[in-house]
Design a protein around this ligand. Structure first.
Ligand code: ZN
Length: 237
């Protein structure tokens, strides 16, 4: 870990992290933190006309290109879309992912989002994140020294999510948009499938959260308040 501390964002599908906390990650990176982006699923069902294997390769490359925009590290897990389930094997897998990145702060999905993979990723991260520093719990990577703080990022389009902390992303909104622009396949797919423009969604959500905290653009978060990882100190940039 560098002296600034590592930051880990865990999303279900390649592009969720960019959409929901890309600005905050860009800020962390600018401040000198090492940023990791773990996408649990291949994203293999995020397309219409291509073969799944083709979509997997394309989305992995898009995720890499997006991470490069902010000098972050991207890695993709081994879940197929719709197949993130809560069990001991997957909890241990997530413990190992967290240990590998040794973060001081973790971001993941809200426990109340729309997609099963989002909900189950959120639950797995919660379960895993308070056990990562137990030396007796063996995984491929060694136990961390500290318990990371855990923050839930916004839901898709903000439905049912009431932030209690905000990060002003005005100075990095261009980077956030540039990250999302790397996910070309999803911009096309979501437009075709849901008639939603993801770039417009980023701007409108950012503006809306910005209105709530007197910033031009912002991202909203809720911290997971659970003993013993919470301190009185504000952590977010
Ligand atoms: Zn998703």
């Amino acid at each position: 870990m560098n002296s600034k501390g590592n930051i880990l964002a865990i999303g279900a599908h390649p592009d969720d992290i960019e959409l929901l906390c890309g600005g905050t990650l860009a800020k962390y990176s600018k401040l000198g933190h090492k940023v990791y982006m773990y996408h649990a699923c291949y994203g293999d069902k995020g397309g219409l006309d291509k073969k799944s294997e083709e979509i997997i390769n394309e989305r992995r490359e898009e995720a890499n290109n997006s991470a490069k925009v902010i000098n972050a590290v991207s890695f993709v897990g081994d879940f197929r879309d719709g197949e993130v389930t809560i069990n001991l094997e997957n909890r241990l897998l997530l413990i190992d992912v967290i240990r590998q990145c040794d973060p001081t702060v973790i971001f993941t999905h809200s426990p109340y989002d729309y997609h099963t993979d989002h909900l189950n990723t959120s639950k797995l991260v919660f379960e895993a994140s308070y056990m990562v520093n137990l030396p007796k719990l063996k995984t491929s990577h060694k136990a961390t020294k500290i318990l990371p703080r855990l923050f839930y990022f916004d839901t898709i389009s903000g439905v049912g999510f009431n932030p209690v902390e905000y990060v002003d992303i005005t100075d990095v909104i261009d980077l956030k948009i540039k990250m999302m622009m790397q996910h070309k396949s999803q911009i096309l797919f979501i437009k075709k499938y849901h008639n939603v423009d993801l770039l417009e969604m980023i701007k409108i959500n950012g503006k809306y959260r910005g209105f709530q905290c007197n910033a031009e653009y912002a991202e909203g978060f809720v911290e997971c308040i659970a003993w013993p990882r919470k301190t009185a100190k504000r952590i977010l940039p």
